[in-house]
Design a protein. Structure first.
Length: 302
């Protein structure tokens, strides 16, 4: 079974070699407000020239071995591969909920491995009402370290996204990790070889990170990348996370040093847009996908 999956994925590699500057153009329907099942997402990605799509882990785990191979064959015919999937474990709340989720993760991860999915991501909430920075750090390192160990056993890389806007990390009593340096400290504390950063130009901008910070990374330090821009005429410390713009649309975020640094270090993973933009969400699926592709091309052209 693993050999057949490997052969199917290897056939998709030709597509990945033809992407912009070596990076994979990733269609994330959920990030654009597009309602689509797995096959619809694959079709939409193929139609608009994307290299990869989000993997619906719940759907993939429900398929038989034969159905998985049929799906991989379909993806091969469409020249579309997997980008990533989301973490299904509640690690931010009560211990009982975390324990319930972690108990189910090994089987879930094995199902993803069977389908050839290689990346899983989540985000780190930059605040807490009850946990001090140190207590929150210990809890995150312990719980996410446990997640990472399980995922590593199934050949999955694990990406953590830091959240940068001041309007998020100042609204509760105790701020938490919201910069690249802080999330790298957390990853180091976890001590697992398969963990890296989800690097978003929006959060990179809000954290005050630079192109040099990216240049100091290695490709293995980054699991996936998001590209976004910021709105015009809004003070930086008043910007809210749910109101972003498509990349290279306003120029508030200088995308050139961001992408230039990624190219310099040889990052070759998935790159998507995640604008959380009401206008984009109201577009029909084809128009939203086309707008995302146009924004990606404009960003890379810069």
């Amino acid at each position: 079974m693993q050999r057949r999956t490997f052969i199917a994925l290897a056939a998709l590699a030709g597509r990945a070699q033809a992407v912009t500057r070596g990076m994979q153009l990733h269609l994330s329907c959920g990030a654009l407000g597009i309602q689509a099942n797995q096959r619809q997402a694959i079709d939409l990605a193929a139609k608009h020239g994307f290299d990869s799509v989000d993997a619906d882990g719940k759907y993939l785990n429900a398929l038989s071995d034969g159905e998985v191979q049929d799906l991989l064959g379909y993806m091969r015919s469409k020249k579309v591969g997997w980008a990533l999937t989301g973490l299904p474990v509640d690690f931010r709340g009560e211990d009982m909920a975390f324990r319930d989720g972690i108990s189910k993760l090994p089987a879930y991860a094995a199902g993803l491995q069977r389908a050839g999915v290689r990346r899983m991501t989540t985000w780190v909430m930059p605040r807490s009402e009850t946990l001090t920075y140190r207590a929150n750090f210990k809890q995150h390192a312990s719980r996410l370290g446990e997640v990472a160990r399980i995922l590593n056993g199934s050949g999955l890389r694990f990406g953590l996204e830091y959240i940068g806007p001041k309007t998020l990390w100042t609204v509760q009593r105790y701020p938490f990790a919201h910069t690249m340096a802080e999330v790298r400290e957390l990853i180091a504390e976890m001590g697992q070889p398969n963990v890296g950063i989800v690097l978003d130009s929006w959060h990179w901008y809000h954290a005050g990170d630079s192109g040099s910070d990216i240049s100091n990374l290695q490709p293995k330090d980054i699991v996936s990348v998001d590209l976004n821009d910021a709105p015009l005429n809004v003070p930086k410390d008043q910007m809210v996370d749910g109101k972003r713009e498509l990349p290279a649309s306003t120029g508030v975020i200088d995308i050139k040093p961001f992408l230039g640094a990624l190219e310099k270090i040889g990052f070759d993973g998935p790159v998507r847009v995640e604008p959380f933009n009401d206008a984009v969400r109201k577009l029909p699926p084809d128009e939203a996908a086309a707008a995302a592709m146009a924004a990606l091309k404009k960003a890379f052209a810069s």
